[in-house]
Design a protein around this ligand. Structure first.
Ligand SMILES: Cc1cc2nc3c(=O)[nH]c(=O)nc-3n(C[C@H](O)[C@H](O)[C@H](O)COP(=O)(O)OP(=O)(O)OC[C@H]3O[C@@H](n4cnc5c(N)ncnc54)[C@H](O)[C@@H]3O)c2cc1C
Length: 465
């Protein structure tokens, strides 16, 4: 779906977009290219207008001003890719708005388990690309984190990624057969091994693999989501600084701890606004009730093995994934998740005592089927997050991307974009979706996004044509 083309003159468009104080350079080739592409439409259709570029006289430098709403996995990935891919030598300002700061939504609560497979060990749609892009962002964040740790020698522990692998025990005989079949076609960059119970127990003493089968993903990992997001933000700052120094054109990224109550308030300020508000996207009046998303609250409990108890979890032992998951953080610390409370609207990360007790009991009874030792661990606390679940398609739960101007009927020059519906796999998805939307934003061209991500728009009756 092509972005709508407003009936504005080039001068009108420019003067409303440009702030002369911020645009010292008389000619900006990116802007000319971007505008002409937008005016011409794209391969998805749209009207043609080639006059604008040739008719325009030299103009002040165009400075790209982007607003990203939300500092979770989606928002920070978009920030990184915008800085990375906007043409070198242009002034760029990226403002990230988040009322709760970095990782204040579902991303900060996520278990952080990362691999490209479905619960049946089938490679997800675009799994190889998701995996590759996600690993690249992790590497970027780890590099920034390590540099920070060297600078601040008193910094505590601080690792982001736990590379201990993940093990998935079969849940039934039928499930075991399916796992074996799917595991035979796995990615080279994230292999799957089938283990019998004895082999699985050599990795995890005390494990119970009732159907004598477990899938081992040695390359899978778990991350510390908040620490990761902080590091990714630092990486964005470092990139902006380096680019400013090397080109002499200022690049800047700001985090604004601010609530955004509607899109309209931003349209005069920015060239593009990218909405990455997770499950709260529906609270914007312009989008309320217009997106095909369901919400689902999940609780994660933190457990510790009491100091007096023996049976520490070995450093090399993988985390475990089944009807519940156990993401081990250290010999005596584990995150256990998660519950699925469909259609809940409860956004609060805090969990009441009753809710915590109920959820933990449910999770322990599920986890103890494959790891009975968990009953000896004690509850420390719990946190909750709200997932934004997209519709199920033939490709699985595909995130929702695209331009929003036709949906909200916006007639200003600001372009609005969505990265939403990251569901229960936002960590895996965020690298690729951030890259794709950035390419679309920079080129003003939605058609650079594979159609499966924007297909949801075809089914929306409220699209303004
Ligand atoms: C319990 C649980 C466990 C999970 N475990 C995993 C896992 O192991 N692996 C995995 O890949 N995925 C996991 N997920 C899914 C993953 O967390 C989500 O897919 C992902 O966090 C979505 O990221 P996001 O950036 O779209 O949204 P969010 O992280 O929710 O970010 C949205 C941000 O917008 C901000 N915001 C909202 N409204 C406003 C406003 N009006 N103004 C300003 N700021 C606003 C919020 O503060 C928030 O920081 C889990 C989810 C839950 C709930």
């Amino acid at each position: 779906m092509a972005p709508p083309l407003e009936p504005l003159t080039a001068t009108g468009l420019l003067s409303s977009r440009l702030n002369p104080l911020q645009n010292p350079n008389p000619l900006n080739p990116i802007f000319v290219g971007a505008l002409s592409r937008r005016r011409r439409g794209n391969r998805n259709g749209g009207s043609r207008c080639n006059v604008l570029c040739t008719a325009m006289s030299p103009r002040p430098m165009y400075s790209s001003r982007y607003a990203i709403l939300g500092a979770g996995f989606a928002g920070l990935s978009v920030a990184w890719h915008l800085l990375r891919h906007t043409q070198k030598g242009s002034h760029v300002c990226v403002d990230i708005f988040d009322e709760n700061g970095i990782g204040g939504g579902a991303s900060g609560v996520a278990g952080g388990l990362l691999h490209p497979y479905s619960p049946k060990a089938k490679l997800l749609w675009k799994g190889a690309e998701f995996w590759k892009e996600c690993l690249e962002l992790l590497a970027v964040a780890e590099q920034a984190n390590n540099a920070q740790r060297i600078k601040e020698t008193d910094c505590v522990d601080g690792g982001i990624v736990l590379r201990r692998g993940i093990l998935r025990p079969a849940t039934s005989q039928k499930n075991a057969e399916i796992l074996i079949e799917n595991a035979s076609s796995c990615l080279e960059s994230c292999i799957l091994e089938t283990l019998d119970e004895k082999a699985a127990q050599s990795l995890i003493p005390g494990l119970c693999a009732r159907f004598d089968l477990a899938i081992y993903m040695p390359g899978a990992m778990s991350i510390q989501p908040k620490r990761y997001l902080q590091a990714l933000f630092s990486a964005c700052q470092n990139l902006a600084n380096d680019q400013s120094k090397s080109t002499g054109k200022e690049r800047i990224i700001n985090l604004r701890t601010q609530h955004v109550s509607n899109l309209q308030q931003l349209s005069g300020e920015y060239d593009s606004v990218i909405v990455c508000l997770g499950a709260r996207v529906n609270t914007l009046p312009e989008l309320s009730g217009k997106l095909p998303l369901r919400t689902c609250r999940g609780i994660v409990s933190e457990l510790h093995l009491p100091t007096a108890s023996r049976g520490e979890y070995a450093d090399q032992s993988p985390s475990i994934l089944s009807d519940a998951w156990l993401a081990f953080q250290g010999p005596r610390q584990v995150y256990m998740g998660s519950t699925w409370d469909w259609n809940s609207k409860l956004y609060d990360q805090n969990v009441s005592k009753e809710e915590c007790a109920r959820a933990t009991e449910e999770l322990i009874s599920r986890a103890s089927i494959f790891y009975p030792e968990i009953r000896r661990w004690s509850l420390v606390g719990a946190k909750a997050g709200l997932r934004a679940m997209p519709p199920l398609t033939e490709n699985g739960s595909v995130p929702l991307l695209g331009c929003l101007n036709d949906l909200i009927g916006d007639r200003t020059n600001c372009m609005f974009w969505l990265v939403g519906g990251l569901g229960a796999r936002g960590l895996l998805y965020h690298g690729l979706v951030g890259k794709l939307i950035s390419q679309a934003v920079i080129s003003f061209d939605e058609s650079v996004i594979p159609f499966e991500f924007i297909d949801w728009k075809k089914r929306m009756p409220c699209i303004v044509s």
